[in-house]
Design a binder for this molecule. Structure first.
Ligand code: SF4
Ligand code: FES
Length: 319
């Protein structure tokens, strides 16, 4: 079948300006996108830059956007993208610095962030006979996180990274989870020095896009939420988002519904005068529009006691 590939091009050794090249390619019906790229590079344009390693859908090295959707080019069949016509648009990922054509900076995208979370074990006990054996049951859940092959697909799907590229991201936080929950780990509190700071666990908006994108069912969002729970257990609650979570839960537990005024104040912090002052214009607007009637009272809703019991039951179960 004949397919037209329209490929994003950028060459820093020329003018470095992004453009697009067009190639008509004759390929078998079951060809992958990577087959098409290899054919173009071998037969018509040896300057075309793209990456691939395992060619089996494991390593993620070949990840690009095909007609706008992130895919591993080595497993994406061309025929899956030609329903509307024999034309494919190939681009690098949405949010990454491009080095050349479809090759982007993996260090900036993911590896530097993984390095930042200390991706190695520092055991509390010295190994005996060269081994530090852990009962199988204790490793069962971790084994799932360990099967992450760092393809980066979750970071590509993440909705926070396009807004703040410095967010550690679901792939690095999955790595952090793997070591924070390892029973041999020496000092979990020390690990949280990076995780609790800006761009760490509190920046996730739990949209679950990372879980949707992960081809291995690792559930990175669940791992980030577990890290947050662990942070609370260790008494780490000073970040604004942590206060926001606590205030939200306390308000619903006590009155059966959310007290937005209390949420805004407690999220900023009761002693954060500068932050509280910033809330005043919003509060004034809300009052003028009848959204915060004076006097501001937050009454319990009917059935609040039942809601409180649900919270108490949950708290008992997670103790
Ligand atoms: S969590 Fe899933 S999507 Fe993210 S890097 Fe690991 S295997 Fe890839
Ligand atoms: S080359 Fe490894 S996933 Fe495609």
């Amino acid at each position: 079948m004949e397919v037209t590939f329209k490929i994003y091009r950028k060459d820093p050794e020329k003018d470095g300006k992004p453009g697009r090249s067009t190639h008509a390619v004759n390929i078998p019906a079951d060809a992958t996108v990577l087959d098409g790229l290899l054919k173009i590079r071998d037969e018509s344009d040896p300057t075309l830059a793209f990456r691939a390693s395992c060619c089996r859908g494991y390593c993620g090295d070949c990840m690009i956007r095909v007609n706008g959707r992130a895919r591993f080019s080595c497993t994406a069949k061309v025929s899956a993208f030609t329903e509307k016509g024999p034309e494919l648009s190939l681009d690098p990922l949405r949010i990454v610095p491009v080095i050349k054509d479809l090759v982007f900076d993996w260090d900036a995208f993911m590896w530097n962030k993984i390095k930042a979370v200390k991706p190695w074990l520092e055991p509390a006990e010295p190994a005996s006979d060269g081994e530090n054996v852990v009962p199988d049951a204790q490793m069962k859940d971790l084994r799932k996180a360990m099967s992450c092959y760092y393809c980066g697909m979750c970071d590509e799907g993440c909705t926070v990274l396009p807004v703040d590229f410095n967010f550690l991201g679901p792939a690095a936080l999955t790595k952090a989870y793997r070591f924070a929950f390892d029973p041999r780990n020496r000092d979990t509190r020390e690990r949280f020095a990076v995780l609790e700071g800006p761009k760490g666990i509190w920046d996730c908006v739990h949209c679950y896009e990372a879980d949707e994108h992960c081809p291995r069912g690792i559930e990175p969002t669940k791992r980030i939420i577990a890290l947050r729970d662990l942070a609370f257990k260790m008494g780490i609650k000073n970040e604004k988002v942590a206060r926001h979570h606590q205030s939200f839960a306390a308000s619903v537990k006590e009155s059966g519904w959310l007290d937005e005024g209390r949420l805004a104040i407690e999220s900023e912090g009761l002693t954060n005068i500068k932050g509280l002052m910033k809330l005043l214009p919003t509060a004034a607007k809300a009052m003028m529009r009848g959204k915060a009637p004076l006097p501001y009272l937050h009454a319990k809703r009917p059935g609040a006691d039942k809601i409180k019991k649900i919270f108490e039951k949950g708290e008992q179960e997670t103790k």
